[in-house]
Design a protein around this ligand. Sequence first.
Ligand SMILES: *Cc1c(COP(=O)(O)O)cnc(C)c1O
Length: 352
Amino acid sequence: MSRYWSRFVHDLEPYVPGEQPKMARLVKLNTNENPFGPSPKALAAIAAASGDDLRLYPDPDASALKAAIARRYAVQADQVFVGNGSDEVLAHLFMGFFRQDKPILFPDITYSFYKVYCGLYGIDYRTPPLDDDFGIRLADYPPDNGGIIFPNPNAPTGRLLPLADIEALLQRNTASLVVVDEAYVDFGGESAVALVSRYPNLLVTQTFSKSRSLAGLRIGFAVGQAPLIDGLERIKNSFNSYPLDRLAIVAGVAAMDDEAWFSECVDAIVAEREALTAALAARGFEVLPSAANFVFARHPGHAGEALAAGLREHGVIVRHFQRPERISPFLRITIGTPEQNQALLSALDSLL
Ligand SMILES: *Cc1c(COP(=O)(O)O)cnc(C)c1O
């Protein structure tokens, strides 16, 4: 606190990211990073770009990266926006598109940054509750709104909404923007990018942080029709000309082009997720069906907070949310390597 703060700064409620512990040899299953490294081609691209050229500003449009994303998703380059992590893309779209007269809608249990952006930009919102199985009920999202956003699969539940449901929502919700945050879609979902050409009010965001193992580089993007992308560019160019540095641009291109590495890592994580789900169930956990690179699980005989603390003593870090109350029994566990997942299970065996 400082007397030089404005009332605005004083009243902010910032997002609290998952811990990035400084201790070595931890089994870190708390922030949904990819346990496999980035594409070797991305690392080679970074090495090749680490030279004298770093004295020069990067391409403000990151056009090579937009072109690579457009190729991969079979869209036009002017339908792609890139930012410093998808969090920045989300911040821009909240600022630019969600400051409306009517409240925006997102689920009561979801990515907790949405509320933070609403606070930052003074956006009114409503949070329709998930159903008893932690699914999104689209009937709770009537057309009279300032915009709609949800992750698919949802976080932290991992539950997936079928693409047909999203299309049905788009068909009746034509007066406001619908944003599908696909941070985890590569682990079992079907991307709504396929709907972009038909729905001018659809914006899909994705990230290189999870399925492409580049959380440390900060690359996110949005796909939508060109007028929406134009709007995002106007905001970006009123904020920071160079959100993506030279290393991020070249590594992003290489990672997007390395389909073999991408699918090998994703397949391995999906196989591990299924194995871990079965192993947790065998230990009495209730595990929500996940289409993401994490599982959301509770044990009827043990409180979530106590389990998370116990695991920590065994050097295994998972994510536990105190609020909302309804999810406090759960642990959100990132899928690790087979060795990491085994370490988790061994730690659980000594705790349960
Ligand atoms: C991880 C995550 C993001 C942010 O990803 P970055 O690109 O690393 O900023 C956005 N939305 C959801 C739901 C996430 O889980």
